[in-house]
Write a protein that binds this ligand. Structure first.
Ligand code: UD1
Ligand code: PEP
Length: 427
């Protein structure tokens, strides 16, 4: 297994190109199942999860062509997805267990084919991650869903019909599944207490380009008037706001000065406000925005993760790494997932001072972090350790970087281009 070695102490300088969003690309790719016409996606990031979704769609019979980036999205990849013929409505366990977002094929398959057999995804390091809201929402649209041998077996022989569904709790994936299914259901669907993440807005914009009729985009109440069929469309994936926030925190950690090209402050305002409160400057530029902390003090700031537009849970681990070197203390509270502090013991092995109290972690800044052998446990924990390593004294070796490769495109290359002493050690 590959490892990443980092020698800390370099202040990052220069520019980093932000890739397309993983969490927007995955539902957008699943949306191809809704139509027999081609869907062209620009600016798709080159990530392990994208490869997994391509494999999943191909075994459903979707033709997927990948071309170098074009139309100004030279760094991304252009995918052409064509679900003219769906040859299987089964999403097998051996693929689904690798990536929870596989569950996003459930709604489109039931809506398009009247049936689907999708493996339960199972949990992951950060939590049990149930899919009960996906199931309840599709049942509200008229699907019958039973559990059989670890699979969700869904049928809707007469197709789905519009309905009102109020989410008992905010769920990004369930909102995406239901919005896609409702787009070709008969009649009108109202989704209340829907998630409002920018990736959902991006999916809605793509569905509308495909001919879907969706109102209330960006709000917690979505109205979807189902249409007979969707048409071909071309869509450019939004920049990855979590990658953007991750690199902003890496730059702040090293008292650097870097332009995040393609980064959009408007997609992560809560995180940017938090960084500014900690003493990090974020200044819009023509190409994105510039992050700098020229030796100014880093202040401890409290963070509580919340559904959008609150502070993103996917940036919690990275912010914790940053706060390990702040002056003062920071109380970091994780309200979305029940086990998203796996990075804490590894950060403490690097000299961090962190105390966990239930869903909160009290971080007290220390004068120095020290390099160590550390192990990645999940996607965002892994990059949190990389951020800590950039400011640590001495060498850090990060193990199990396959977690990192799920959600970051060429991380070590992007950081090395800004001066970081970092390399991937093939294993
Ligand atoms: C591919 C993708 O876009 N992944 C993101 C998506 O994950 P995902 O869509 O899985 O996250 P959800 O918003 O659904 O989960 C939020 C909370 O709701 C719970 N829940 C979810 C579904 C359900 O049926 N029942 C239930 O109880 C989850 O366990 C979690 O505690 O949103 C998360 C929260 O912003 C992000 O951290 C993930 O990066
Ligand atoms: C939790 C994440 O992704 P996933 O939902 O695919 O596990 C993430 O992107 O931080």
């Amino acid at each position: 297994m590959d490892r990443i070695r980092v020698r800390g102490g370099v202040s990052l300088q220069g520019a980093i190109q932000i890739s397309g969003s993983k969490n927007a690309s995955l539902p957008l790719m699943a949306a191809a199942l809704l139509t027999d016409q081609p869907l062209v996606l620009h600016n798709v990031p080159r990530l392990a999860d994208i490869g997994t979704m391509i494999a999943l769609l191909q075994q459903h019979g979707v033709e997927v062509e990948a071309a170098p980036g074009e139309n100004g999205h030279r760094h991304g990849k252009t995918l052409t997805l064509n679900a003219a013929k769906i040859t299987s409505t089964t999403a097998p366990y051996d693929i689904v267990r690798k990536m929870r977002a596989s569950v996003l094929v459930l709604g489109p398959l039931v809506a398009r084919c009247g049936q689907a057999r999708v493996s339960l995804p199972g949990g992951c390091a950060i939590g049990t991650r149930p899919v009960d809201l996906h199931i309840a929402g599709l049942q509200a649209l008229g699907a019958t869903i039973e559990l059989d041998g670890g699979y969700m077996v869904a049928t809707a022989p007469h197709g789905l019909r519009g309905a009102k569904y109020v989410f008992p709790k905010v769920s990004v994936g369930a909102t995406e599944n239901l919005m896609m299914a409702a787009s070709i259901a008969r009649g009108t669907t109202i989704l209340d207490n829907a998630a409002r993440e920018p990736e959902i807005t991006d999916l809605a914009h793509c569905l509308i380009a495909m001919g879907a009729r969706i109102q209330g985009v960006g709000t917690e109440t979505l109205r979807i008037d189902g249409v007979e069929r969707l048409r071909a469309a071309t869509h450019a994936v939004i920049p990855d706001r979590i990658e953007t926030g991750t690199f902003a925190m890496a730059v702040a950690m090293t008292a650097g000065d870097v332009e995040l090209v393609g980064g959009r402050i408007d997609l992560l305002e809560s995180a940017i406000d938090t960084l500014r409160g900690a003493g990090v400057e974020c200044t819009p530029t023509n190409a994105g925005f510039r992050v700098s902390r020229r030796n100014g003090a880093l202040h401890g700031v409290d963070v509580m993760t919340e559904p959008y537009p609150g502070f993103p849970t996917d940036l919690q681990a990275q912010m914790m790494a940053l706060m390990c070197r702040a002056e003062g203390a920071a109380m970091i509270t994780e309200t979305i997932f029940e086990n998203r502090f796996m990075h804490v013991p590894e950060l403490m092995r690097m000299g961090a001072n962190i105390n966990i109290h239930g869903a909160s972690a009290m971080v007290r800044g220390v004068r120095e972090l020290r390099g160590a052998e550390v192990m990645a446990t999940d996607l965002r924990a892994s990059v949190s350790l990389a951020i800590a390593a950039l400011a640590a004294k001495g060498d850090t070796t990060l193990h199990r970087v396959y977690h990192l490769d799920r959600g970051y495109e060429r991380l070590e290359e992007k950081l090395a281009a800004c001066g970081a002493d970092i390399e991937r050690v093939k294993g």
